[in-house]
Ligand binder design. Sequence first.
Ligand SMILES: C[S@@+](CC[C@H](N)C(=O)[O-])C[C@H]1O[C@@H](n2cnc3c(N)ncnc32)[C@H](O)[C@@H]1O
Length: 241
Amino acid sequence: MNRTLDIQDADRIKTVQRIFNSVTPQYDLLNRLLSGRQDVYWRRRTVRHFPENSERVIDIATGTGDIALEAIKQHPEINVIGLDFVPRMLQFAAVKTKKANAEKHIGLIAGDALHIPFQNNYFDAATIAFGLRNIPDIPTALGEMQRVVRPGGKVLILEMTFPKNIGMRRFFNWYLNNIIPLLGRLISRDSGAYRYLPDSIQAFLSPGELSNLMEKVGLIEVKAIPLTFGITYLHEGVKPD
Ligand SMILES: C[S@@+](CC[C@H](N)C(=O)[O-])C[C@H]1O[C@@H](n2cnc3c(N)ncnc32)[C@H](O)[C@@H]1O
């Protein structure tokens, strides 16, 4: 399944690491502002799709840990691993975890989505929110998430996309290409970072294409659930027994 990453991929990985390292302090504020707090609702919806009685979950590309924290809010006894390859994002996640008094339940580790350092069938669910589009080898990332989830467990993915409705699509396109880079530049002072955001959404798979890939790595009962006029989708797949 693993394909060899080429020089272009290596450059892209370095760019992604540089961008997230640079925007870390403003990352949460910009998420809330740019999405009108919809991002909070999208993560809440994702956690509601955990399998019943989940005990162990891994959040890939956890960033500042918002999925992990939402998981603890909804399921105070659950244990969550948050994995990311930008240490500065994890440092912010650690501060938030401490503030929420959740250190016993959230473990944060530096690691790569393409080599998840856990055994097969270990977790009840694996999540990734707004992370997949940054990864050059999506089939391998999906395969890794599928591998570490137990039979009957779920892979849950949140990603942004262009809405189907033509009016919404035009508005979203304008917002992505004008407002997001402008606010990003003003608040994070890294115009490149918030230019990268629309480009990465534009270049990402459609919900249908992502569903097909999820099936290709062996997930079943694959669903793509539109949220907020279809600007974000919650993708769900189950690992067969
Ligand atoms: C847009 S942020 C999303 C953070 C968080 N999931 C959220 O909902 O806010 C994308 C995150 O993916 C991480 N990331 C990108 N590629 C990765 C990889 N191959 N392995 C681990 N983390 C990765 C970045 O470091 C960044 O923290």
